[in-house]
Design a binder for this molecule. Structure first.
Ligand SMILES: [Zn+2]
Length: 162
């Protein structure tokens, strides 16, 4: 599942609705801002209901990934249907995605994210972003399938013959 930043497809909505946290004398984290950027899967027809969070900071030019967190908002049973994709509990998370960049601060940032998802409003926002993202992926996919069909349509071809 290729994961694409929500910001790439919906820059304005993402600018308004990306969660960030500013720490001040946190025991385990440097002071300052932490942005929790959302990435969603762009595979048409896939309903994985998960988000990958890249934790970035303005202090590091929004480019260094401080932690990569995986999270699914459905019940563990929902994720159980992907056989061989890992333990359902692991897919639900939140967990540190060890295949992607982490830093020495990852465990503290995972704790911070756990706190964020205690807010039902934030979890709803993730779910809504996922739906918006997925609808756009599926719409684009259906359009390109329809386009390919039209090109293959012999009646249409004939019309172009002079
Ligand atoms: Zn997916």
């Amino acid at each position: 599942m290729p994961m694409i930043p929500f910001m790439e497809k919906f820059p304005e909505l993402a600018a308004r609705e990306t969660r960030s946290v500013t720490t001040n004398e946190h025991p385990d984290l440097p002071d300052g801002e932490y942005g929790f950027l959302e990435l969603y899967c762009n595979e048409p027809g896939c309903d994985c209901r998960r988000v990958i969070i890249d934790v970035l900071r303005p202090e590091t030019g929004w480019s260094k990934v401080w932690a990569t967190i995986g999270y699914g908002w459905e019940s563990p049973e929902y994720y159980g249907k992907w056989e061989g994709a890992g333990e359902p509990i692991e897919l639900k998370g939140p967990y540190l995605d060890t295949l992607n960049p982490q830093s020495e601060y990852s465990p503290a940032l995972l704790d911070l994210f756990r706190m964020l998802i205690e807010s039902p409003e934030y979890v709803d926002r993730l779910r809504r972003h996922y739906q918006t993202f997925k609808e756009s992926i599926d719409r684009e996919h259906n359009r390109s399938v329809a386009r390919r069909k039209r090109v293959r349509d012999p009646r249409r071809r004939r019309r172009h013959v002079r």
